[in-house]
Design a protein around this ligand. Sequence first.
Ligand code: PLP
Length: 356
Amino acid sequence: MKYNLRAIKNLLPERTQILPVIKNDAYGHGLIETAKALAEEKVFGFGISELYEAKILRKAGLIHPLILLSGFEKDWLSDIKTLRVIPTVTNLVSLEWLIDFTLKKALSMEFHLKIDTGMHRFGIELNELPKVVKLLRENPQLQLKGLMTHLACSERPEDPLFQAQIDNFEKAREFLKNEGFNISFIHFCNSGGIIFHKGDKGNLVRPGIALYGGYPSNRARAYIKLKPVMTLRSKVVELKKLKAGESAGYGPTFFAKRDSVLGLVPVGYGDGYPRILSNRGFASVRGRRVSIVATISMKALYLDLTDVEDPQRGEDVILLGGPNEEVPVDELAQLADTISYELFCNLGKSIPRKYI
Ligand SMILES: Cc1ncc(COP(=O)(O)O)c(C=O)c1O
């Protein structure tokens, strides 16, 4: 992961600060372990999406700034203050909550403001900015520390929405500047933005997937070399010899076209391994690709080991990642009709992890 962090830094000017996004258990890689590893490098702080993540991180002794990227609920504010979390205001209602809270408690508080520049998910609309300015002038206890937006198609810079979002963000920034706000942190680049946006990338960036070794799109491979962080390993626990025409597994959906040797691996959809990869996916055994055949069950899948010489019970299997990217996450994700993010989150959740 540190290698990936450095690869990301190499694409950025020296002064740009990094806010690794470690929400959702660091995309299935482990919240505390990820934060601790990255804290050994130079990062500004961490982006999270739930309050409980801040509780875990503070309990583990992390002192870095934590930005709650996804907005907040009214009753989170007291914990936000205690845990020294920087909230993100994503609508006028949450700004009002922040005002009420700081007035009642006679506190001052820093926050970041998220602008909806066209993704239409979370964020203040551009036409709401005059109201925001008015409220902030009336409430000097609030300090607007950061301005942010999120890009909907950062992996496809040719999409008109990409530039439209950048332009809208620039408008918001100009407007606030002209109103006299001097905002310390300007951030809008996720991994795709860092890799593909050619212009100014702001002074803080928020990489997620690239830190974990996932490419935002295949084209990104031309600009950055990443290493898989998560490798899913298992073993062949059973060998089955099939005669041509015989079937295996539920359904059955697989019939051997030739005399075959199948290896059973004790990983299935109950472990977050997508069932849709039945008869579609692949794994790596002794450095060679082998097909997943038959229907994946809750706790088992079959590999076609017919072309592996004298396959053994106990054979090591790489189901994802690998030291030489034997099973690239984006390739597997594509076969599973999903994205690397989802594979990481689902696999990371239930399979025992070992950190090396
Ligand atoms: C607000 C925000 N910033 C940054 C990221 C990181 O994005 P990526 O994993 O594509 O780098 C996310 C992830 O969804 C996000 O929601």
